[in-house]
Design a protein around this ligand. Sequence first.
Ligand code: ATP
Ligand code: MG
Length: 559
Amino acid sequence: MSSAHSPAVPPASNFIRSIIDADLASGKHNSIVTRFPPEPNGYLHVGHAKSICLNFGLAQDYRGTCNLRFDDTNPEKESEEYALSIQEDVRWLGFQWEGEVHWASDYFEQLYQFAIELINKGLAYVEDLSPEEMRTYRGTLTQPGKNSPSRDRSVAENLDLFARMRNGEFADGAKVLRAKIDMASPNMNMRDPAIYRIRRAHHIRTGDKWCIYPMYDYTHCISDALEGITHSICTLEFEDHRPLYDWVLDNISIACHPRQYEFSRLELQYTLTSKRKLLQLVNEKHVSGWDDPRMPTISGMRRRGYTAEGIREFSRRIGVSKSGNNVDMAIMEGAIREDLEARAPRVTAIINPLRVSITNFDGALTREAGFHPNHPEFGSRVVPFSSELLIETDDFAEVPPAGWKRLTPGGEVRLRHSYVMRCDEAIKDAEGRVIELRCSIDHATLGKNPEGRKVKGVIHYLSCAHALPAEIRLYDRLFTVAEPDADREVDFCQFLNPQSLTVVQGWVEAAVQHAAPETRYQFERLGYFVTDRRDHQPGAKLVFNRTVTLKDSWTKEQS
Ligand code: ATP
Ligand code: MG
């Protein structure tokens, strides 16, 4: 396995790494094989990103391998589009799976033969109770289940019925194949779980070849074993399924017996980590699609401007454990911001313009300004100054609050990369709104401090004649509460934040005019932005998505 990523920081220790260390030290394994096993029934989300970083990251750190395997046993919900998006997302995150993509459906014939082996051993039987009846027989957490009349069928009868299930002689749902384990087990998963069901559905890989499909628990352990997985890592809700994982592998003729380890699922506050719920947001058009920049999907985060490096760093910071992993969005935003801080060139944009006329300046002036204070190699561009400027509306206050350092009537500020400017007059419309400022500059302050007085505030501006219009998309949290799906009785859509997207017509400097899609910038004082992957057209239609705001709106940087 190879990856673009070589971690600068050593990976944090966790209980899975301790297990691997011990397995390698004892000689139980010489190298490790992990897998990432998504079901192609939706786009991957931030929780999957954690699992990807864990599985591929372990393989990378221990010089092992990691497979990508699609768990494609639910044909009605799966699609090629999802499978392709998943591969793209894994690669974009910086990982590459070992060899070809694997599919559980590659093993359908072997899975079928193993089921016959179980029948032959008296360890599986065909059930014809209805689903309701099966539920009644199953018992409850406090009451043991009872044996179904089908449990005592002969091996010969089971073989015959199972073959006829495969041949399509029975209606969907009319029968299932069950493992014969223990109807009184305190673990409900061990009460003769169904391992095959009849479902006439077109499958993205096997077409109409099969009308019976193996169940997840049965498929997963065998797929792991067939691929020689050493450490099968999954989320905590599968802990109670582990005895079944082991039971299946203990009772079929297969040499490899991977071990399953569970870690806690990532929950990210103010958003959702469930494909089913994200699909609902897409289907009900609460968002523009799976890659809407407000979505916690990998493709949404990418379109929002998050970097693969930042997401990997986030994943490293949240760690891997068995305890609750309900994470504050600030941890994600911090990781993204830190990554962008060093790599994004800094330019100027105005998102809420206020016109400024300079009454004592004629003609034109340009100054050279670097793209990044700590990275001279990023180069520089020319910043024009003229008598008609745009500044941010909220950099002016007619009645300034205490401690105000920006513009106010009669007050002075420094214009970034340029002069000190004084506001002489605020022009208002009929409703009393300030629509323009008349200002004058101190000609002696170009790149120099004024004599005899201190000017504290620094604001940014664009020259009207040189500014380019741009669509700027500002994002806020998708939900108004930290855990929108906490209450099963309440539809999480009720908590959608109506202000999660604001589109404004703003202005940018000419230096960004030909930026390709997915180019990242810091708009000074406003945040990190990325040109939209879909809608931005270089040189024609400029569309910027705000990735994340800046922590500090302004540092004391001098022009
Ligand atoms: P969802 O509930 O969103 O559909 P899933 O677990 O059903 O998720 P899979 O496609 O089966 O989705 O998941 C592939 C892998 O990603 C599994 O190993 C699963 O454990 C892991 N995974 C899914 N969600 C999370 C999460 N929130 N945190 C960590 N790992 C996750
Ligand atoms: Mg699943």
